[in-house]
Design a protein around this ligand. Structure first.
Ligand SMILES: N[C@@H](CCC(=O)N[C@@H](CS)C(=O)NCC(=O)O)C(=O)O
Length: 197
């Protein structure tokens, strides 16, 4: 599934780690319940590694970030990275619920308007402050790119697929550009068409 699995795919690509990129087209997922039954919690993404199946994209991202060096230095930096990733998920999960799980109608319109006029701008403002607070580097935490920065770039670029514009600060845009200008991520993106929902 695009987006929630993308950071893991980027990490593998950036580190030339071979992986089987098994995507389930939405139609197949909806028409055949065996796909969901074969996952621990009935959803995607899942990572199969060392004979173990891991679900929850944040658990997957954290594992890879630890192994590949994107999980900060020391427990305070790690807690900050977790905080940013959780804040991003709170914002994006609101959007996902509206687009994927709500029936068309006035309630969906009301929720969408709340997301676009409150959750998203407030979330961006809060994240922007946190980004500005880090004087050591251009990302959210410490002096080099961390899992939080990749998660930010991945999740916020996904908004376009929903037809929404995120009014990002200059520093946020430049962080986004830094991530998307990493040659392996550029190459990865050039090979995968972006989805619209
Ligand atoms: N908390 C899970 C949520 C994953 C999730 O929302 N997956 C969606 C796709 S992005 C899904 O599999 N939906 C299909 C379904 O629930 O049937 C995570 O962060 O990985």
């Amino acid at each position: 599934m695009e987006s929630k699995g993308d950071v893991a795919r980027w990490f593998f690509t950036m580190h030339s780690i071979p992986f089987i990129d098994n995507r389930v087209p939405m139609q197949n997922w909806l028409s055949d319940s065996r796909f969901a039954k074969n996952t621990p919690f009935g959803d995607l993404p899942v990572l199969e590694v060392d004979g173990v199946t891991i679900c929850q994209h944040r658990a997957i991202g954290r594992l890879l970030a630890k192994r590949l060096g994107y999980y900060g230095k020391g427990d305070i930096e790690q807690a900050k990275i977790d905080m940013i990733v959780d804040c991003i998920s709170d914002i994006m999960d609101h959007c996902v619920v509206i687009h994927f799980y709500m029936e068309e109608g006035p309630q969906k319109q009301k929720d969408l308007s709340e997301f676009l006029n409150k959750t998203l701008p407030q979330g961006i403002e809060n994240l922007s402050k946190l980004l500005d607070q880090n004087k050591q580097g251009m990302g959210f935490v410490g002096d080099s790119l961390t899992w939080a920065d990749f998660e930010f770039a991945s999740q916020f670029s996904w908004l376009e697929g929903f037809g929404h514009n995120a009014n990002l600060s200059t520093k946020m845009k430049s962080l986004m550009n830094t991530v998307f200008n990493i040659p392996q991520i550029q190459e990865y993106c050039s090979k995968h068409t972006k989805h619209s929902y």
